[in-house]
Write a protein that binds this ligand. Structure first.
Ligand SMILES: O=C(O)CCC(=O)C(=O)O
Ligand SMILES: [Fe+2]
Length: 311
């Protein structure tokens, strides 16, 4: 779900005092909420949401089933392994042999919506409550992501459904990824995920209490602080392109802690491979010419993966 940009290895250290916007979704002033989401997506491409409506006990159960899965013996995790040579991303993968410069992570990836694209072979059978928790969380994430897409559509001066439709409407795929980054004492800056932008529409991220997500803005890496009641929303490439560049696909990476295990649970909202992603036609005027050429999602991902040019 990600693609590397050029490396910023010599960039200055992150500035701990600045923080991404924190948006209270329970405010009664809907226009104000919408405006804040739009501004954060333009300026940062990432923000926290609090009072987001997803029950905290469900988030706690999501964390528990993910944690329990990664604590299983390797052989049980391999039961849902990504198949060797598979072109698709679904399944469990591990990369925990420390080699300098290598990422340090194991993760599980599988589709969660729509039902027609789910392959339960990649959903762990253990812990036994895994499926019911993920299904419940899927419902909630769908509602939240649709609400955010509505605000972003309003920010473009369009109908509230515009971006949802632009991502393919009912065919939009939701993908769960669970990242497990065990502690790694070997390096000062071991990367769990190298810098990248998400190749999808938007991502909604839960993390454990160990910080590690960093974003690049104004020539600096910023730490994304952990806020227990918040979810993190970030804007990916597909929304950048649909919005003709108005919303920022945030460049980010995850670093690994020397002593503590870090985990994250992003859900990616992703247009299906046949959907053509390009600036929404209503946005294109003489004053606002198209910045991107329409391209199918399949072709777009292929080109990003193999670092081929994209207009
Ligand atoms: O671990 C994190 O906080 C973010 C991981 C990430 O960027 C990704 O899975 O695309
Ligand atoms: Fe990412």
């Amino acid at each position: 779900m990600e693609v590397k940009r050029e490396q910023h290895t010599s960039s200055p250290p992150s500035l701990p005092t600045e923080t991404i916007p924190i948006i209270d979704l329970s405010s009664l002033d809907e226009d104000q909420v919408s405006h804040t989401v739009v501004k954060a997506s333009e300026e940062w491409g990432i923000f926290h949401v609090v009072n987001h409506g997803i029950p905290m006990d469900l988030i706690q159960r999501l964390k528990e089933v993910g944690t329990q899965f990664f604590e299983l013996p390797e052989i049980e995790k391999k039961a849902v392994a990504k198949q060797d040579g598979s072109k698709d991303f679904e399944g469990y993968t591990t990369n925990l042999k420390y080699v300098k410069g290598e990422v340090w992570t194991e993760n599980l990836f599988h589709r969660i919506w729509p039902p027609s694209c789910i392959n339960f072979n990649y959903w762990p059978k253990n812990p036994p409550q895994y499926r019911e928790v993920i299904e419940e969380y899927t419902e909630e994430t769908k509602k939240l992501s649709e609400r955010i897409l509505e605000y972003l559509s309003e920010g473009l001066g369009l109908r509230r459904e515009a971006l949802k439709e632009g991502l393919g409407g009912a065919s939009t795929e939701y993908v769960m990824r669970i990242n497990n980054y065990p502690p790694n004492p070997n390096s000062a800056l071991t990367l769990g995920v190298p810098e990248h932008t998400d190749i999808i529409g938007i991502a909604i991220i839960v993390t454990n209490e160990v910080p590690g997500l960093q974003i690049f803005k104004d020539d600096h890496w910023f730490d994304v602080h952990y806020i227990p009641s918040a979810l993190t929303v970030n804007i990916g490439d597909q929304i950048l392109r649909l919005s003709n560049g108005k919303y920022n696909n945030v460049l980010h990476r995850a670093i690994v802690d020397k002593e503590k295990k870090r985990m994250s649970w992003p859900v990616f909202v992703d247009a299906n491979p046949n959907v053509v992603i390009g600036p929404l036609p209503e946005l294109i005027t003489g004053d606002n010419p198209s910045k991107f050429k329409p391209i199918t999602c399949e072709e777009f991902k292929y080109r990003r993966l193999f670092k081929l040019p994209i207009d």
